[in-house]
Design a protein around this ligand. Structure first.
Ligand code: SAH
Length: 462
């Protein structure tokens, strides 16, 4: 982010603008929405500018911008539409300590003016760092359509009520009050009785919230999917947006954590491969402690929380503590991995069942029903299988699996750095060399394009 968006307090500030043509007009229309004292320098200003000056909306100097004119100005706009003149204006502005914008000259400007959606006091600023003004306009149009035209009035009434609402406990109680006002009570009151109805609606709502029992804390055990934020469920998104505390696995992608409410407490817990890990008991204790304090806790787990996610430990601990909980399923990495290679997990005539295996469990390498796995056509998604690859290979070969059984390794499934390695059982564990991220081994599945089925299966299908 080269340009950091901030909101500048313009009350009692001076903004100088050099120019009197079309570029100046466009900027002035925007700047006149502020409370700044506007001073325009132009020997030959457009008619509109003269008219605005006559109305007292700006001060007009019928002369060029010269040294001394930027003194005390917070911002200077060079809008002469002449590169040489604009550069002179900019130089004076900078020398006199103002931030300078040269219209349509990103490189030489100290700041840029965003596209603005104005629902004063609610202002949305959209910037693309000059990359795509068309996109900024499209986003603006979308937001204009989405934000009620009376949002500003609703927010103004809300702003005036802030100190009254401090009778509610800070945190959740206040947040719930404001959420209800902005989501429903405010818009409804305005629709029924206009601006005058907003204050009484706020008062009635406050009385109701003051009388309400504080909602008890709870925990949602939420699946975050394999990494692509678009593979989150709508419910997971909504809960992330509502949570007070998010306790997340280390595998969770930063783009997903970005979706948590800004005020939410984010706590990294759990395991990263064989790296540092938080003991399960500590995670349980954290969830319980926060929920007991009345917080809405989201326990965010990669993939589906019910697949190798220690879900039962957590659910049992919550039950024992008498805390309300629910599970929100997610897309497990095996599903994302098979999607990545254009395959399905089950297929008529090939495999009527699929196994989800772990390469190792708390006791070490995990034993499985190897005979069934070694049977032709068997498909298994192996989680946490990298370290166990040689062990898996040995057991499967010993029980009669064909050495050329396909094993496809999908690392970082659904993430930008996803990697697919199409291998054969005989090529484990070497095929995993260099893969540092989380990976699922799809035993019995080859990427669709390279599908090279065992003769027995081809026979069975023909
Ligand atoms: N609950 C998770 C699994 C947690 S166990 C789920 O449903 O996906 C952790 C293992 O999941 C990792 O060792 C790896 O095998 C697998 N895994 C998690 N995210 C992955 C991803 N994006 N790509 C490939 N494998 C992943």
């Amino acid at each position: 982010m080269r340009h950091f968006p901030i909101f500048l307090d313009t009350s009692d500030r001076r903004i100088a603008l050099a120019g009197g043509g079309a570029a100046a007009l466009a900027k002035l229309r925007l700047l006149m929405k502020t409370e700044a004292r506007l001073i325009v320098y132009s020997p030959a200003p457009a008619e509109e500018i003269t008219a605005w000056a006559a109305e007292g909306r700006l001060t007009l100097k019928h002369r060029p911008f010269v040294a001394g004119d930027a003194r005390g100005a917070a911002l200077v706009y060079a809008a002469e539409e002449d590169a040489v003149r604009d550069a002179q204006v900019a130089q004076i502005g900078r020398a006199e300590g103002a931030l300078v914008n040269i219209v349509d000259n990103l490189a030489d400007s100290a700041f840029i003016t965003p596209a603005i959606v104005d629902r004063d006091p609610v202002t949305v600023a959209i910037g693309t760092e000059g990359a795509a003004p068309v996109l900024a306009r499209a986003i603006k149009a979308r937001l204009e359509a989405q934000l009620s035209p009376v949002l500003g009035r609703i927010a103004t009434a809300g702003k005036a009520f802030r100190s009254a609402a401090e009778r509610l406990a800070p945190g959740r109680a206040r947040r719930d009050f404001w959420a209800e006002y902005y989501d429903s009570a405010g818009p409804r009151a305005h629709e029924q009785g206009g601006e005058a109805a907003l204050r009484p609606a706020l008062e009635a709502l406050l009385e109701r919230h003051l009388g309400a029992e504080p909602a008890p804390g709870r925990v949602d055990l939420v699946g975050a999917g394999p990494g692509d934020p678009e593979l989150l469920t709508l419910k997971a998104r909504r809960l992330l947006d509502a949570a007070d505390v998010v306790i997340h696995d280390r595998l969770i992608a930063p783009e997903i954590l970005e979706l948590a409410r800004r005020e939410a407490t984010l706590i990294a817990a759990g395991k990263e491969g064989f790296g540092p890990s938080t003991p399960q008991q500590d995670i349980n204790a954290l969830m319980i402690e926060h929920a007991r304090s009345g917080a809405h806790v989201v326990r965010l787990k990669s993939g589906d929380p019910g697949v190798f996610g220690r879900l039962d430990d957590e659910a049992e601990a919550l039950d024992a503590a008498g805390i309300d909980w629910a599970i929100v399923p997610g897309i497990t990495s095996a599903a994302a991995a098979t999607a990545a290679i254009g395959q399905s997990l089950t297929r008529r005539g090939r495999n009527g069942s699929v196994r989800l295996l772990t390469g190792h469990d708390v006791k070490g390498f995990a034993e499985q029903d190897w005979r069934a796995l070694a049977a032709p056509g068997a498909v298994a998604a192996i989680y946490m299988g990298k370290r166990a690859a040689r062990f898996l290979q040995g057991r499967l070969l010993m029980h009669g699996a064909a050495p050329d059984t396909p094993v496809t390794i999908v690392e970082n499934a659904s993430r930008p750095d996803q990697q697919v390695v199409a291998a054969r059982l005989a090529e484990l564990p070497g095929a995993l060399d260099g893969l540092a991220g989380p990976a699922v081994l799809l035993f019995g599945l080859a990427p669709r394009a390279a599908a090279n089925m065992l003769p027995e299966i081809q026979e069975a299908l023909s």
